[in-house]
Design a protein around this ligand. Structure first.
Ligand code: PRP
Ligand code: HPA
Length: 178
């Protein structure tokens, strides 16, 4: 397993000073371009959740969609997009979250989740946890049970895992970058 995780980690390119000086940007597009790394990433996520009776997988726009949709298919679960404002056509619940400067909003269709359904959140990367804490709130407003949040990458120094754990959301991540 650790060999597989090293292979995935090594497929992720790091770009210094993007988007701003001092930031080391972990870029998943290099993982996606490598079919073995992409396949293995999906396989490991599916293996972790295959016996957990997940009803639906929620993916967050945009990079979360790339990983959430294939995992949903493989688990035999539905896929639900959580989107940036004004993209979803039916009635929505909205949740504001903190960005580095200011706030943004995420939305989910009010009828996407049935009461009591077990929901898995998938995103590419956990940084401050703002995106996925807002997503967990949207799922709870919808009557869903947040089973877990799973990520390809965790940046533990940015505190996202603690933020999510403190609100009762358990995290599963494949690779850490310190
Ligand atoms: C990135 C990333 C995560 C989020 C992580 O998305 O894909 O969703 O930031 O940061 P956080 O834990 O501090 O919230 P971004 O908002 O850049 O959107 P994108 O996927 O559309 O590029
Ligand atoms: N890579 C990609 N997305 C991000 C990062 C990063 O290092 N930090 C916050 N969002």
């Amino acid at each position: 397993l650790s060999e597989k995780l090293s292979f995935i980690k090594d497929s992720i390119i790091t770009i210094p000073d993007y988007p701003k000086p001092g930031i080391l940007f972990r870029d998943i597009t290099s993982l996606l371009e490598n079919p073995e790394a992409f396949r293995l990433t999906i396989e490991l996520l599916v293996a972790h959740y295959k016996d957990k009776k997940i009803d639906k997988v929620v993916g967050t726009e945009a990079r979360g969609f790339i990983f959430a949709a294939p995992v949903a298919l493989a688990l035999g679960a539905g896929f639900i997009p959580v989107r940036k404002p004004k993209k979803l056509p039916r009635h929505v619940f909205k949740e504001e979250y903190q960005l580095e400067y200011g706030t943004d909003t995420l939305e989910i269709h009010t009828d996407a989740i049935n009461a009591g359904e077990k929901i898995l959140i998938i995103d590419d990367l956990l940084a401050t946890g703002g995106t996925v804490s807002a997503t967990a709130n949207l799922i709870r407003k919808s009557g869903g049970i947040v089973e877990d949040a799973a990520f390809v990458i965790n940046l533990p120094d940015l505190g996202g895992e603690k933020k999510l754990t403190d609100m009762g959301v358990n995290c599963f991540t494949l690779v850490n970058f310190l």
